[in-house]
Structures are given as C-alpha cells and as structure tokens.
Write a new protein. Sequence first.
Length: 445
Amino acid sequence: MKEHLKTGLILAVFMLASGLLVSIVYNFVSPYLEQGDISNTLKAIEEVLKDPTSGSLIISSIPKDKKSLDEAVWKDSPDGVLYTSSKGAKVYSPSYMFKEGSKEIYVLTVSGLGFGGEVKSILSLVKENNELKLNKIEVLDYSGETPGLGAKIAQDSVKSRFYNIPQEGLISGIRVDKDAKASISTEELDSYKEQGIVKTSDIMTGATITARAVADSINAAVEFLNQEGVLKAELKEVSVEPSDVQEEIDWNVILQAIDKILIDSETGEYLVSDVPTDLDSLESAIWKENSDGVLYTSSKGAKVYSPSYKFTEDAREIYVLNIAGKGFGGEVKSIISFVKENNELRLNKIEVLDYSGETPGLGAKIAEDKVKERFYSIPYSGLSSGVKVDKDAGVTVSSEEIENYKKQGVVKTSDVMTSATITARSVADSINAAVEFLKQEGVIE
C-alpha cells in the first residue's frame, strides 16, 4: 500500500512539475510568437497598401507596430469572423480602414475554400469618388494546395491577375476565366476585369479550384463591404457549375505514373510499344470520359474518374483508370492498369497519386513500393471475388502464401501497414470500383 502511495505521489509531483515547466516555457515564448504574427501581418498590409502599377505606397503613414495597427481597426468581432458567404468564403476579424485625402482604403483578411483547405489572403480595396476598386491582394496561407499547381497562387505573376479590378467588375462578381467559359487573350486581361473575369488558366493550368477560392474570397469581401454600407450596390450572384476536385491535376505526374504502370509487373517489359510522353499522345488514348468528372461510383463511395485510357498491343488490351477510395483522412487516389488477354483480365500495377490525408508513418505508407506491390498481379479469379485486405478477410497469410491468396482476392497488408487498415481498404475498394466499371462497360462479364 505504501509503495502505491509513494508511486502516486511521485507521479503527481512529476505532473505538477511538467505542467509548471510548460507554463513557464509558454509564457516565455508567447510574446515572441505574437510579435512574429504581428510582424507578418504588418508586412502583408504594407504590401497591399502599395499601388500595383507604380509600387509606391497609397497612404503616407503605414502601421509600424501593434499600437498603430490597432488604431486602424475598423470592424472587429470576438467570434473572429465578420462575414461568411454562401460559398463558405470568409472575412476575418479585425478589418482595417485608412484615410488618405478623399480616399478610404479598406484592408480585409479573407479566405476561400481551395483544393486542400482554406486559401487565406489579405487584400486592399480603395474607395474614391464613390467608386470602389480592388487594389492589391497578398496570399498568406495556401498550405493545402498542390505543389506546382494550386501553390502557384502565391506567385506574383498569378496574384497580379487579381489587381486593379474596378467597381463594375466587383459588382458583377469575380470569376476565373475557366468558370466564365471565356477565352481571353493577353491584350484583353484588363478589359475583362471590368466584367469581373480574371484569366488564370494560362499560368495555373489544372488548378482552377485554388484560383476560384481567391475569387470567392474577393466576392465575400465585396459582399461584406456592401453589407456595411461602403458600396451600396446591387450585387450580381456568381453562379459556377460544380466541378470535381479531379481537375486539379499535374499532368507530368500522371504521365510518369502511366509510364510506370505500363510496365508488366511479371516480366518488367513495357506492355505497349508506344508509351504516351505528352498530353497529345495521352489524349489520343482516351477511352471513356464525361464532363461530370466521374465515370463510376461504387456502393462504398469509391470512384473511377474521367478520363480513362485504353491501349491495344497485339492481342492485348490495356486499360488505365484513375480511381479513388475513402481513406482515413480523405480520398486515396491512384492510377491503375489492367491487362485483358485471351478473355482473361488481370490487375497489372497500381501507382498511388494522392494520400495527403493519411497519417504519416501509418496510412502514408500506402505509397511505398513494398506496399503497392502487394496489389500487383491480381488474377481475374481474385478480381471477381472482390479484393480485400487480409485483416478484413479474417485470414492469416504467411509470406509464402501471398501470391496464392491473391487468387482469392485477398491481399496481405497487415505486416507492411500495421494499424492502417482503413487506408489499405480504400485502395481495395477503389480496385473493386474499377472492376465493376469494366464490367459495366462490357470489358469483362
């Protein structure tokens, strides 16, 4: 009994000391963290308070510290959010207002829903002679956007496309050119801004969702200013047809993945003699596609995305499909190849393209070669039985039995993906969706 009490007291003292240490450290570093945040905010505000053409400041006295910044607060809310639009875009608290002669300059922190989360920005709008224009925008957070695609939103060449939008464009509602279905030449960039249309397709290819997030956040800012009586206009409702996240594609990544899965998993030789190396040759191999972006959805929510591809080599047909299953933190997207020969279908290879929502060190292992290889070379008997991971099948599979169990559709992943059954299951579900789709299309019975 005394030993238990002694142990309990030691633990209590240890916990108290740990809590005290954490509190001391927090109190020590907190001012520095806060100062870092303020410093970043001040830099961003200074940037949007510049004329986008001349680069000179549009006010004579910019805030240099927290005190002068607080003096410029215009609207504030303890909730942290001043306005939320119908599209989920937000205007955050606080907002700022500066006066310079006859001009009023409003600085707002905004966000729109991007490909992988919120795209947060700070922007300035100038009101002069009862006319409002968007002056400049600075992107603050785009951490959820795809590197090389949506992440381009922070580049000057992209941000500048949203500069100097006049009031008539703001009232019309901001749209990117792809959503507006407008073909805009370089010479027409500024004239289209008068209609609220911003061209981004040429500098953010395959990343409409991220650019749309910025447009939505600008519209939320305008709606907020209108609500507060700054603009006093009848705003037009911006209508955009729903678009699947599959449009956010890095085609170089797709081409590299297709190159890998067109190698025979059994012989190591290419399955086709003419492997696509660019978009033109890839598009010539399109087999099935549709404007909705999704070709098939299974009962488990797994998807086959548009487009799908087909290659013919002698007596072989090779089908390449973009697929996704529901993982632990979102969709696990893959590209997969099937070979049909002598009326027999087999799964050849799979490449995992997106597993960003899966847990590092656990589900994220799905992209490792030793895991992906477990799904290679599944024969038709296994595909028709339905692919399952060993834990879901309730079987113990030895290393010597791995290939044999594939004939029953059972793939062993428990040894290479411990505690990550959900992620492995998502890949199995997406493979099953692909097989169901091929059956629907008459490729197999």
